[in-house]
Design a binder for this molecule. Structure first.
Ligand SMILES: C[S@@+](CC[C@H](N)C(=O)[O-])C[C@H]1O[C@@H](n2cnc3c(N)ncnc32)[C@H](O)[C@@H]1O
Length: 237
């Protein structure tokens, strides 16, 4: 019988921010599938979830290249899905672990499409996780939105100028993936008068987590990929 495919959001970083369901499934999965970019010495998701994985679990890695080349990405996802499908076809349950929530900017959702192409009848369960921005808001005791406030969740990887109309239209925003275009993002926030209504959060839940309201202090400095900015037009309180 074909195994079951699980996509497990393991939360933002703190190993005790996994859900009980995620922890229980990881304890019993036959195979745990780990996303790994060439830049990682160790998979970030594995660092977060490692303590919950059963001792008998077989580990397989899926490469997640840091590229936006569609063909290269599709080829890697296909290769990853083939590895997963081979284990599923052998009757093993496979749990793919992913940081934060499974359904938000995750390799899991791309892999899932390919796994379903390969095994259309496969049984699937996606397990939600605490998102990075939910954990950041909680860490700061900062409501993401109250009442009728509109909240935008924006990947800030493309032209930061495109953020202007979006930031104008929403009361609050989460800017994700801010490390690469940080200088341009900060310049846009400055123009819009939002710099003192924003907070930068990096590597939340890891020993080297870092939070600052002084966005200028990071201009020209190295920023970690696991970084986001929360913006509240009503102020940070
Ligand atoms: C590929 S997305 C993954 C999002 C994830 N699925 C979630 O639910 O938060 C990666 C982005 O999430 C944010 N992120 C993830 N973990 C984080 C952490 N521990 N601290 C701060 N930001 C984090 C950063 O903006 C990073 O660039």
């Amino acid at each position: 019988m074909t195994g079951k495919f699980y996509g497990i959001g393991v939360g933002p970083g703190d190993p005790d921010l996994l859900t009980l369901r995620a922890a229980a499934l990881l304890k019993t999965a036959d195979v745990v599938c780990i996303p790994r970019s060439a830049a990682d010495n160790e998979s970030v998701a594995l660092k977060v979830a490692g303590a919950h994985i059963g001792p008998a679990a077989e580990m397989i890695e899926v490469s997640t290249p840091m590229t936006r080349d569609k063909d290269q990405l599709e080829a890697e996802w296909r290769r990853g899905a083939e590895k997963i499908a081979a284990s599923l076809a052998a009757g093993k349950n496979v749990a793919f672990i992913t940081i934060g929530d499974a359904m938000l900017f995750s390799t899991y959702t791309y892999l899932l499409k390919h796994v379903r192409d390969l095994i259309p009848e496969v049984e699937v369960e996606s397990v939600p996780g605490v998102t990075s921005f939910a954990a950041a808001a909680a860490h700061l005791d900062l409501p993401l939105s109250e009442g009728t406030e509109k909240l935008a969740i924006l990947p800030a990887v493309d032209d930061p100028e495109a953020l202007r109309p979006l930031l104008a239209a929403f009361d609050n925003a989460v800017l994700m993936k801010v490390a690469g275009k940080y200088e341009q993002i900060v310049a846009v926030l400055g123009d819009l008068g939002l710099k003192d209504k924003a907070v930068f959060v990096s590597r939340l839940g890891y020993p080297d987590q870092f939070v600052t309201r002084d966005l200028d202090s990071l201009v020209g400095k190295k920023r970690d990929y696991l970084s986001l900015i929360l913006i509240k037009k009503g102020g940070l309180g």
